[in-house]
Design a protein around this ligand. Sequence first.
Ligand code: COA
Length: 182
Amino acid sequence: MLEIRTDRLVLRPARPGDLRAFHAILSDRDATAFWSTPAHTDITETQAWLDAMLAIEPAQGEDFVIELDGRVIGKVGMYAFPEIGFILHPDAWGRGFAGEALRPVLDRAFAVHDLPTVEADVDPRNTASLRLLRRMGFEETGRESRTLKIGDEWCDSVYLSLKNPKADGARREGASAGSIAP
Ligand SMILES: CC(C)(COP(=O)(O)OP(=O)(O)OC[C@H]1O[C@@H](n2cnc3c(N)ncnc32)[C@H](O)[C@@H]1OP(=O)(O)O)[C@@H](O)C(=O)NCCC(=O)NCCS
């Protein structure tokens, strides 16, 4: 089973026993303020969410549970390539854990899965996520209004993209080879 260790965290695949920990996160109003669904009010909603995470096929995506000292504090990964998603329990915010978890997941996206880009769709009010993604090197590619109706509220999207550094290198090599070609 794939497990990634960072300085402070363990990233691992989801297990059925993660249900209560994820319900604590997905029922939290602050954690889900800009999430793609309203805060879960019933554990059956979290069960369906976790079942979907457990059912991800390796060719379709790669999502990781984030553990700190044996406790589940969130998730980071791609439910479906190449769309990145992350959520942490508010108790764990502000200590650099999201960046620490995201870095190796992005490295794998390019080095192992060979994705040309990783993409993100963020509510423009979600400043913590926008700061995090920009710090990771993501660049804004566009904005759209009223992309997602969450409960009764229409939300907007900022689209961001991170390019595979190998693709940049290949393009640079291609450009220089092209410039000396007869
Ligand atoms: C977005 C989210 C995951 C960020 O989590 P986080 O762990 O607080 O994020 P970071 O890793 O960036 O850390 C936050 C701060 O800790 C700081 N930090 C970084 N490394 C650190 C370290 N080793 N020690 C202490 N602080 C550190 C960072 O500088 C950052 O501060 P800044 O934003 O002022 O620059 C979290 O706010 C969240 O779960 N939000 C709700 C879910 C959500 O909206 N998901 C995205 C949907 S698109």
